[in-house]
Design a protein around this ligand. Sequence first.
Ligand SMILES: [Zn+2]
Length: 178
Amino acid sequence: MNFSDPFGLCPDGTGKDGKQTTNVKDCPKTAQGNAWRALAGAGKSGSEVIKGVVAGGINVVTGNSQNTCQSQNSCFDPSTNTITLDAHNTAGANAVSLSHEYTHSTEVQATTATQWGKNELAAWDASRGVYNKLQGAYRTEAVAEFSVRFNALAVGTPDRMLNLNRWIQNARRRWGIP
Ligand SMILES: [Zn+2]
């Protein structure tokens, strides 16, 4: 397997040969497939996500993240090493979500609600790098989906702390963790 392999190249293995590679050339032209193209055009932040997903052998599927994990856009399940992207998402939104969920895959799993909230904030902060670097229509799509939330998580704003506290309280309520 090398980068000149002509038989289907895509980081999630949806290219024709079914193997995960960092080349996005043959990704399907779907919201999931084009998300890899969006990441490939998003500088170092984007290529780090591609490399990390491939190196980690992370499965990426499009489905119903609301049903899978009560999450609006996406989630990562460490028990199956799988990122689920919600079917309503655009390619640009998926690129941000892939960055967010890939970050979760690298985090120590939270055992306290406070840690859970901090992990959530770290995933948003990491995906802001991709969000800011997306190009053209991908950036427009990501802004349409996420601008309100990124604005509400800007460093130094009261909203950022409000969101963090809300995540901590949700974690306590949902999972009963201390
Ligand atoms: Zn998250």
